[in-house]
Design a protein around this ligand. Structure first.
Ligand code: BGC
Length: 497
């Protein structure tokens, strides 16, 4: 078999269109995606639930009510945990596999939720937030990689983006749960403790699911790998996929017994991939998504609507639109491709941020509020409508597919760490920047960042739609070394060892 006729390359699937898979064709693949995606659900739930829960925590703990430092720490400790969890989770994924990483994340999630629900004081609560944050960090690396590795290449983008739908769905759900528990005694304890339920469910279901076939293969467990692949592909594609793994991964397995963080920076093709992946993650955050997700009620109030209820209702609508928009992303990502989707999403985000800037600017220099407030709400809605299908799912998808097998965990973990650090910076500074330079100008700054993000995607992101992992790898080798890339990179890895 020649490279052109290998599974996943468009040549192969054009030759055998009947072997192409559709999203819902294989219940096993969809099942694995949904179970792995519970990690995304917990990610969304645990980051979304706190804004509502905090209102009631303040009622119970006077110390929290008195101290904005304690409030900020309760909110951001989960992000600190996620930073550590993503960095360590990448390594755990490569060393122990995707399944053990998921099970570990669930144990930490469940423990953290119970600690929070039972917290006798704010400090135990902060410890619980750190624990669930660790779980979120590990899950944010593991779920996309695990899903990508069981996915047929032609629907990989949609399947990995399903995890992002679980994130946005989890955020929406957390707002609903917050509304549901407002009148129940114990309020915030239920809101925070509820997250242990999906963690226990995922843990139990995961025990019945197999390890990722690619990870098994690279760890020299070929028989197990083949038995998992046989659940994904029918004959004869199964046979072709096995041939493919044999020819491509064998080389990588021989070459890399030990992987280190340092190699990521030393090896040119991995470095290039990491720059693209981590850059995309940073831009996802610095274009301001979480100013909207965490502060949309505040933004609505800044725009002149003083009613709490209206603000909460609008933020529920924003979260709902975000989830619905992700479904559009699932549909488009394997059709339009990652790059086009990211670029059109960014173009829309830029226009929406300019509308937000304009409305706040006009509001501040006009005596009649109301009209411009509605313009700000429209800006907010447009922002979500454009962000959700593109810049939401594309960074997670790209990071699950652009690294060589032996580095997929480590690099995915490092770039997820970049995502969480950027998230923390934006969340911690948004309100004070808005206070210092004005809300309108803050949105103008975000629009400027989105313009840079657009140029970054044009310059650094290759299109990976439908490609097999090995084809993606050869793109980086070619970028790093031009033609004759294989010889060069072999020489380089020879020099390193
Ligand atoms: C981001 C999260 C964000 C969510 C909002 C995800 O892709 O990584 O930080 O809160 O989208 O929808």
């Amino acid at each position: 078999m020649t490279i052109d006729s290998l599974p996943g390359s468009s040549g192969y699937l054009d030759m055998y269109p009947e072997r192409k898979m559709r999203y819902f064709k294989n219940p096993f693949v969809v099942g694995v995606t949904v179970v792995a995606g519970i990690g995304g659900l917990l990610f969304g739930y645990d980051t979304g639930v706190i804004s509502g829960a905090l209102l009631y925590i303040k009622d119970d703990f006077e110390a929290v009510n008195q101290s904005s430092f304690l409030q900020e720490t309760i909110v951001s400790m989960a992000l600190v945990g996620a930073i550590i969890g993503a960095a360590a989770g990448g390594w755990i994924n490569d060393a122990y596999g995707r399944k053990k990483a998921t099970l570990l994340a669930d144990i930490i999630f469940a423990l953290g939720s119970v600690v929070m629900a039972a917290a006798p004081d704010p400090y135990v609560l902060i410890l619980g937030r750190l624990l669930v944050g660790l779980g979120v960090g590990v899950a944010s690396v593991t779920a996309p990689v695990y899903i990508a590795e069981v996915s047929p290449s032609e629907i990989r983008g949609g399947l990995v983006s399903t995890n992002v739908l679980m994130i946005t769905g989890g955020q929406f759900l957390s707002y609903l749960v917050n509304l549901a528990f407002t009148e129940v005694p114990g309020t915030w304890r239920w809101m925070l403790g509820a997250a242990s339920v999906p963690a226990v469910i995922q843990f139990s279901l995961m025990l019945f699911l197999p390890e990722s076939p690619r990870w098994l293969f690279i760890k020299d467990k070929k028989d197990e790998a083949v038995s998992v692949l046989s659940k994904i592909y029918d004959f004869p594609r199964l046979e072709d996929e096995i041939d493919y793994l044999n020819s491509q991964l064998e080389e990588e397995r021989q070459k890399k017994k030990d992987v280190s963080y340092w190699d990521v920076f030393k090896t040119k093709e991995i470095r290039l991939a990491f720059i693209a992946g981590a850059g995309l993650q940073a831009f996802q955050q610095f274009t301001g998504i979480n100013t909207v997700m965490y502060y949309s009620p505040t933004i609505v109030q800044m725009a002149g609507f003083k009613s709490n209820q209206l603000a909460l209702l609008l933020s529920l609508i924003v979260a709902g639109m975000n989830a619905v928009g992700t479904i559009l992303g699932i549909y488009l990502i394997d059709k339009a491709g990652r790059k086009k989707l990211a670029l059109s999403s960014l173009a829309g985000v830029i226009v929406s941020l300019l509308i937000l800037w304009g409305s706040f600017f006009a509001e501040s220099s006009s005596s009649t509020s109301g009209l411009y407030g509605w313009l700000a709400v429209i800006g907010l809605m447009l922002y979500i409508a454009f962000f959700a299908p593109g810049m939401g799912p594309v960074p997670w998808t790209v990071n699950s597919e652009i690294y060589p097998e032996a580095y997929r965990g480590i690099c995915g973990g490092m770039s997820a760490t970049v995502n969480w650090v950027s998230n923390l910076i934006v969340a911690q500074t948004f309100l004070s920047v808005a206070e210092a330079v004005g809300t309108g100008t803050t949105f103008l700054i975000l629009a400027g960042i989105a313009v840079i993000a657009f140029a970054f995607v044009v310059a650094f992101l290759p299109e990976t739609k439908g490609l097999t992992f090995e084809e993606v790898e050869s793109i980086w080798k070619e970028k790093a070394w031009g033609n004759g890339s294989n010889t060069q990179s072999l020489l380089e890895s020879g020099n390193e060892s």
